[in-house]
Every structure is written in C-alpha cells, then in structure tokens.
Design a protein around this ligand. Structure first.
Ligand code: SF4
Length: 283
C-alpha cells in the first residue's frame, strides 16, 4: 500500500549504517500493555489522528518538528513550551543497543513480563523496532508490539519475526468511521491483522469504547466477529474511553475532538463484555 510522504520521512535509520529510533519516553514498570510487569518504550511519530488519542505529543515526526522550527539538542529535540511551537515535543534518538542497556537494569522486575514498544506508531520505525526486539529476545525477554497496524507490510513482517505478542487496536468496525475519526484506511489495518495470523504471532485486539460513538450493539458485534475470525487471537479487550488527556490538549493549544462525549464507565464495559460472551455462547 502506498505510504504518505510523512510515513516515508519517519525515523532516522541509516546514518552511517547505524539504526536509530526516535523515542518519546520510557515507562520502566508498566502494568497494562501486555502480560506481566513491562518496560514500555514510546516512540515518536504517528500518521493517524485518532479523535480519542491520549498522546497527541507523540504525533509529530521529528523531521516535521525540525522543519517547523523546533530546535535540536544533543541527540534530540526540545520540548514544547521552550519555544511555544505547537506539536513540538521532546524526542531523543537512540540505537537499539542503547535502549537495551537501559532495559537490562530492570531485568529482575520484568523477566516474567517483558518489553512493549508503543507509540506514536511503532511501525513507522520498523528497522529500529526489529533491531531492538531481536536483541531483547536474545536476552530472553518477551517482546510485545502495540500498534494501530498502519505501516509498510513488508517491513512489519521484519518486525513480527522478533515479536512474541501483537497488541493491535481495532478502533472502529466500519471503514467510514476509521477514515472519519482516525484518518486511517481500515483495509490496511485488516491486512496487518492478516499478516499476524499468517506469521503465527499471538494477537490481542483492543477496542476503545466511546459511549454514543462506537458502543452500539452492531458495532460491538462486528468488532467481535472480526476479532474472532483470527485463529491467532488470544484476547479481545474492551477499553473504556477516558478524558484525562484533555489537559494535555489544552497545554498543546489543541482541541480535543471528543470533548463532548462522556467517558465510558466500568459498568458499560462489563455490560458489553457480557454481550460479546452471549454472542459467542450462541455459536
Ligand atoms: S494510532 Fe495511537 S498514537 Fe496515533 S493517533 Fe491513534 S491513538 Fe494516537
């Protein structure tokens, strides 16, 4: 599938043959992005614009940030606020070896969990992620890729060779909604999910439930149908839409697209999980 110029521009990967990835931030002991206690690496740059995104500070690609006037610092880019440029956030370029060195300090805590690479969109920097995962597997650590499924499929296959688990977002059940609320092509997402199945990589599908937007029975039924059509599916997670990111949007001078929607309650998630279970038990 053709990639946009923004997608082609992402990452700094071939400087004198050294692969580097732009990292937005690290979370040393995460508990929600895969099994067990995990070290999470958030990468900088995402081609999508999901209406409920919690991390708009990971959107901008470093090349675009620099072109807009964000200033470079040693190995990185300065944070928003220092120069007041919207979309300009902190990001630092690391080699996979440098990141592994950081992670290994936490090995005693994550040896029964692992490492998750998230975003932004991790598949925008496939050479870096493949290199990182290869080294981590060599260290005996479990690797999880948290992705929207958008990216070059051939390069994604190179990443999946070293991936123990894919955490894939299935954001909407209909292509029109994908386009409208994320700026994404749903067929590209489904092609990525197909690839995980072909390569036999265990799959968790995650769906953020926004009341009044994508929680109608027909939406949830279709999300369940698509998810369970994959033989490598291990889990389908319904996640509640939250609004705790609104202050981040305010700080960045951006409008939160779903500010008028209610957050999703735990009770609503339980209700929809029950609905999905009842559909499965009828089969
Ligand atoms: S894919 Fe993830 S990081 Fe990118 S806009 Fe959507 S929610 Fe945000």
């Amino acid at each position: 599938m053709e990639m946009s110029d923004t997608q082609k521009n992402s990452g700094i990967t071939h400087e004198h043959g050294v692969v580097r990835g732009w990292v937005h931030s690290f979370q040393s002991l995460g508990a929600v992005d895969g099994p067990g206690v995990r070290f999470v690496v958030f990468l900088q740059g995402c081609p999508l614009r999901c209406a409920y995104c919690h991390n708009p500070d990971t959107w901008a690609f470093p090349e675009v940030m620099i072109a807009k006037g964000c200033s470079g610092v040693a190995g990185g880019i300065t944070a928003a606020g220092s120069n007041g440029i919207a979309g300009c956030t902190a990001a630092v370029a690391y080699t996979p070896e440098e990141v592994v060195k950081k992670i290994l300090r936490f090995k005693p805590y994550i040896k029964n969990g692992g490492v998750t690479v998230s975003g932004g969109e991790a598949l925008m920097q496939p050479e870096f992620v493949a290199g990182l995962f290869r080294l981590l597997q060599r260290e005996g650590l479990h690797t999880a890729l948290d992705t929207s499924g958008i990216g070059d499929l051939k390069k994604a296959a190179d990443v999946l060779k070293y991936t123990n688990l894919v955490l894939a977002d299935l954001k909407f059940s209909e292509p029109e909604d994908y386009k409208k609320y994320c700026g994404a092509d749903m067929l590209q997402v489904l092609a990525f999910l197909d690839l995980t199945e072909t390569m036999g990589v265990p799959l968790w599908i995650r769906h953020v439930v926004v009341p009044g937007l994508n929680d109608m029975p027909e939406n949830i039924r279709e999300i369940g149908r698509i998810s369970h059509s994959y033989t490598n599916l291990e889990k389908l997670e319904l996640l509640p839409f939250k609004k705790i990111c609104m202050s981040k949007y305010d700080e960045m001078g951006m409008e939160f697209g779903l500010k008028d929607y209610e957050a999703c309650s735990a009770a609503r998630i339980a209700e929809l999980e029950g609905y999905l279970a009842s559909l499965r038990s009828r089969k």
